[in-house]
Design a protein around this ligand. Structure first.
Ligand code: ZN
Length: 300
C-alpha cells in the first residue's frame, strides 16, 4: 500500500476517529466538501479525540493534507461498507452557505489527487456511479442522507472523473500506420474482444454492471419460483468463508503481488474474483440450509 506523493502535510487523525486496517479492498473514491473555507480546520477537527469521523485527505488551493493512511478505514461515508471500500477526500470550499463553491485551483488539485489514488489502487478508468455496487467515484450523499458535498461540487462529479482519466489515460496521437492488405486465401481472425483498446480483456463498467444485474436477475427469478438450493450447514459455512474471506484475500494478495512483480492482469483478476463472489453470494442467498445430524454431532 502506498500513500500519495502529492501530500504537502501529514496531519494524522486521532486514533479514536478511524479503524486501523480494512475489511475490503479499495474500490473507489468518495468526494466530500469540508463545509468550511479553512483547510487547517479539517485537520484540527480530525485530530481531536472522539470526533467520530475522519477522511483520508483534504484539499485546498495547491495543498493536500493527509489525515488517515489509505490502508486504514476512515469514517466518512456514514455507511460501514462504503467506508471499507473507499478513500474519502474533503474538498475545502471557497464560499460558505448556501452556495458552498469550490475554486478552480482547489478543483484542479482534487483532480490530480483523484487520478493519483485511482492509479496507485488500480481503479482503472474511474466513473461517477452514484448507484454503483462498487462505485469508482461517488459522493458522500450517494451513501447516506446528507447535503455533502453540496450541489455545486456534486454537479461537477462527471467532469472530475473525465479530467482524472485524462491524466491517467492521455489521449494518444493517432499514428498513420498503413493497414496491411489482408490476403484473400487466409481465414480472417474474428474479433473476440470488445471494449476500449487500452484494456481489450477487462469489462467496461457498463458490461460489468450488466453481468452483475444478470446474476441478480437469476436470484430474483429463482426466488419467485421458490427454487432453493439444499445444502448442509457445513457446506453453507464453507461457501460463506470462501466468499467473504478466501476470495477477497486472494484478490488483495494478487493486487499486491502483481504490483511487486509487475505481473499484470490486475484488473482482470479483480473483476474475475468480484464476479465469482457475486455468483457465490447468489448461491448463498438461495441456500436452504439443512442441519445435518453428523455436523451437529461433531460440534458437541
Ligand atoms: Zn461528507
Amino acid at each position: 500500500m502506498s500513500q500519495s506523493s502529492l501530500v504537502s502535510k501529514n496531519w494524522w487523525a486521532n486514533q479514536t476517529n478511524y479503524t486501523p486496517g480494512r475489511q475490503d479492498t479499495i474500490h473507489g473514491i468518495v468526494i466530500h466538501h469540508a463545509a468550511s473555507t479553512s483547510l487547517d480546520s479539517v485537520g484540527q477537527v480530525f485530530s481531536q479525540a472522539g470526533r467520530g469521523g475522519s477522511a483520508h485527505y483534504g484539499v485546498k488551493g495547491n495543498q493536500i493534507h493527509q489525515y488517515v493512511r489509505e490502508e486504514d478505514t476512515a469514517w466518512h461515508c456514514g455507511d460501514w461498507l462504503g467506508n471499507c471500500c473507499t478513500i474519502g477526500i474533503e474538498t475545502v470550499n471557497s464560499t460558505g452557505s448556501p452556495d458552498w463553491l469550490v475554486d478552480e485551483e482547489t478543483f484542479n488539485t482534487l483532480v490530480k489527487l483523484v487520478a493519483d489514488i485511482a492509479k496507485r489502487n488500480n481503479l482503472g478508468r474511474i466513473k461517477f456511479e452514484p448507484d454503483g455496487v462498487y462505485p469508482t467515484l461517488s459522493a458522500h450523499r450517494d451513501w447516506s442522507p446528507t447535503y455533502c458535498p453540496g450541489d455545486y461540487l456534486y454537479s461537477r462529479m462527471n467532469e472530475l472523473a473525465e479530467k482524472a482519466n485524462k491524466i491517467n489515460y492521455p489521449e494518444k496521437q493517432p499514428e498513420p500506420t498503413p493497414k496491411p492488405e489482408p490476403k484473400q486465401d487466409e481465414p480472417q481472425p474474428t474479433p473476440c474482444c470488445t471494449g476500449d483498446s487500452d484494456n481489450p480483456r477487462g469489462l467496461s463498467d457498463e458490461e460489468y454492471q450488466k453481468i452483475l444485474k444478470d446474476i441478480e436477475d437469476i436470484k430474483d427469478k429463482a426466488k419467485e419460483q421458490n427454487v432453493m438450493i439444499p445444502m448442509s450447514n457445513k457446506v453453507y459455512d464453507i461457501l460463506k468463508i470462501v466468499a467473504i474471506v478466501i476470495l477477497p484475500l486472494l484478490q488483495a494478495l494478487y493486487a499486491g503481488l502483481s504490483k511487486i512483480w509487475g505481473l499484470g492482469f490486475g484488473s482482470e483478476i479483480d473483476q474475475t474474483i468480484q464476479l465469482i463472489v457475486a455468483a457465490l453470494n447468489t448461491i448463498l442467498g438461495l441456500a436452504l440450509v439443512k442441519s445435518s445430524s453428523d455436523y451437529h454431532k461433531t460440534e458437541k
